[in-house]
Design a protein around this ligand. Structure first.
Ligand code: GLU
Length: 489
């Protein structure tokens, strides 16, 4: 059996869109599954819309995803000679011809066809004229598309699709400025690169009969085609900028793991039994193009987050720490103490992305300068001052700063004041983290470290005492306090 050679052929006119990333992934998986070769071709013939920056971002995105290509990258912009030479070959073999019809004439023909209700097409005026180009003439090269019979696409994903040649135009293959057109350069490249399987978005399905005719004209065996459905927005529409998850690099910046993005993209439109979470090597093992669905799939941000979380949970803490550190540092937060690995271990079940982890873990590394106002109003009250002070003093004396011992002190204070766990835990949490969500309060304090814990308890007490309280005598004889300007609850 011959070697499978697939390719990914992006046009560098923008970010690597999540839909294109999935196309790349399926091509890559197919090659890896069959121990074949995955090649990369940058389709940058459109000099106006292609940018070096977009090429750079595409390469960076593929690298981040781990979709490594084999062989040298092919840049179409460097192959003009080859395309011209192949176009000459088609002219010599009677499969292409020069056309010098003026734009005005083409427009007249088109307008007439429209008036007559005929599908606009070149009327093939120059097809048999054997025009020779002269230096000053504005000629293009057109392909002699067969006039009758059908073109059949036997697609790995879409099944059999048949097109009538009578519907197809004599398409321009080289423009008057000598640049090749998409359908032509693609076929020349597939042949030159030895591509055996063309896996791409189904927005290209309509180009395929034209390309198949070109393959035949070159006398080249057809590759196998697989046109995969588009990815739609969560609302089932074409993906747009507003969907916010467009670029692969944006996912990286939002703290997604590449293996999770790969997993999620693979599952969009492809399935293997009812398995949801795959390692990359499992995807390679199970990938079968016949299991790609034909209908478009919609992005589901919640599921993408969930998939990411499943991979985060499996990530070795050391690796997670390494990855998260970059996010902390880029926010100007040093994370020498406590160890990021330890913080990750206690936080990971509540984090969807690395960024989420960082946002939820800042208080381990930064002073708490502000309290969430609702939490502070509810929990940092005058009644809790004494228990907080006692807790602070007893914690100062703990010999071994471990969660178990912290817990013992905590219980001691609860018993001393006859209060329930939450009555003390929530104010302490607000003091230590600024809010009401954290891992167990004992382990949180262990990780924050004694010195900071004591300082934060003192700061909370000072904060409470600095507020203006009004004392209200309750009928039963106990006092209660409420803030001036707020109503007692
Ligand atoms: N360059 C085309 C695109 O980015 C893909 C062409 C192909 O895969 O044949 O849409």
């Amino acid at each position: 059996m011959s070697t499978v050679i697939t390719r990914f052929a992006p046009s560098p006119t923008g970010l690597l869109h999540i839909g294109s990333a999935r196309t790349a992934l399926f091509s890559w998986l197919y090659a890896r599954r069959h121990e074949g070769i995955f090649r990369l071709r940058i389709e940058d013939t459109d000099r106006e819309r292609s940018t070096a920056e977009a090429t750079k971002q595409i390469l960076e995105s593929l690298e981040w995803l781990g979709l490594k290509h084999d062989d040298e990258i092919v840049y179409q912009s460097e192959r003009k000679e080859l395309y011209l030479e192949r176009a000459q070959h088609l002219i010599l073999t009677g499969n292409a011809y020069y056309c010098n019809c003026s734009r005005e004439r083409l427009e007249r023909v088109r307008a007439k066809q429209m008036r007559e209700g005929i599908k606009p097409k070149y009327d093939r005026k120059c097809r048999n004229k054997r025009i020779q180009p002269s230096l000053d003439s504005n000629v293009v090269i057109r392909f002699k598309n067969p006039l009758d019979s059908d073109v059949t696409v036997d697609d790995m994903v879409q099944g059999r699709v048949v097109y009538a040649n009578s519907e197809l135009d004599d398409l321009i293959i080289v423009r008057s400025d000598q640049s090749p057109t998409y359908n032509f350069s693609v076929v020349v490249d597939e042949i030159d690169m030895g591509i055996t399987h063309v896996i791409r978005g189904d927005d290209h399905l309509n180009n395929t009969p034209r390309q198949i005719n070109l393959f035949h004209a070159f006398g080249y065996q057809l590759p196998i085609f697989g046109h995969i459905p588009l990815i739609l927005s969560p609302q089932g529409k074409k993906l747009s900028k507003r969907d916010n998850v467009e670029g692969v690099l944006e996912l990286r910046n939002a703290g997604y793991l590449p293996e999770a993005v790969i997993n999620y993209l693979a599952r969009l439109g492809w399935s293997h039994k009812d398995q949801e979470i795959f390692r990359v090597d499992e995807l390679i093992r199970h990938f079968d193009a016949r299991n790609i669905g034909r209908s478009p799939s919609s992005l589901n941000p919640k599921k993408m987050e969930w998939t990411n979380q499943q991979h985060l949970l499996k990530l070795p803490p050391k690796k997670a720490a390494e990855l998260a550190e970059g996010f902390f540092l880029s926010r100007g937060i040093q994370c020498e103490f406590p160890s990021l690995e330890d913080v990750f271990e206690v936080q990971k079940t509540r984090c969807k992305t690395l960024l989420d982890f960082v946002e939820k873990s800042k208080y381990f590394y930064e002073e708490v300068n502000e309290y969430e106002s609702k939490a502070a109003n509810k929990f940092l009250t005058l009644e809790i001052v004494k228990p907080l002070q006692d807790l602070r003093n007893e914690l100062e004396e703990v010999e071994c700063w471990k969660k178990k011992n912290i817990h013992l002190i905590f219980t001691k204070i609860l018993n001393r004041y006859g209060i329930k766990f939450g009555v003390l835990a929530q104010p302490v949490r607000v003091a230590q983290t600024g809010g009401t969500v954290s891992p167990g309060i004992d382990v949180t304090m262990e990780l924050i470290g004694r010195q900071s814990v004591l300082k934060r308890l003192e700061a909370a007490v000072a904060w409470i005492e600095s507020r203006k309280w009004k004392v209200k005598k309750r009928p039963v004889g106990r006092f209660s306090y409420f803030l001036i300007g707020t109503s007692p609850h």
